[in-house]
Design a protein around this ligand. Structure first.
Ligand SMILES: [Zn+2]
Length: 144
């Protein structure tokens, strides 16, 4: 998952890159597969719906602004953390961070429930869905 094979045959690795939209909006920390050999790059498919959703909200003539994509997407958040701890994060490190993150989100969710904070609950369940949704994608990708 942290790497895939490029159409040129080289291994593409995940990197956190800045995506510029409309020449004005900077979106930092977007996970992108990149190929060293042919410079091809591809947005990590799992985060694509969130990225296009964010760009959709900006409209056709956005103001100059900077976003941190990891604040919008749990996968980007986990990858940023993984890259902060090790230069070449492996799957085990990512899985560990993911498990910790899910635990934390579930704790916060029960707190939000106790407080009766509907908006917070909604935000937390969206974040949980971002992580568990991708787990589902991986499972179905392996299944025959
Ligand atoms: Zn390539």
């Amino acid at each position: 998952m942290l790497q895939k094979i490029c159409s040129c045959g080289q291994t593409m690795r995940i990197k956190l890159r800045t995506v510029i939209y409309s020449g004005k909006v900077e979106i930092d920390n977007v996970p992108v597969y990149t190929c060293k050999k042919c410079s091809r790059s591809e947005v990590y498919p799992i985060v694509k719906p969130d990225l296009t959703g964010l760009i959709g909200k900006l409209g056709a003539r956005p103001e100059k602004q900077i976003f941190r994509f990891n604040e919008w997407n749990e996968w980007a958040n986990i990858l940023v953390e993984a890259c902060n701890t090790t230069k070449q994060p492996d799957m085990a490190a990512v899985e560990r961070l993911k498990a910790d993150r899910i635990d934390m989100l579930l704790d916060l969710y029960s707190l939000a429930e106790k407080l009766g904070d509907g908006e917070w609950k909604e935000d937390l369940s969206k974040r949980l869905a971002q992580i568990s949704h991708s787990a589902h994608i991986h499972k179905s990708a392996v299944a025959p």
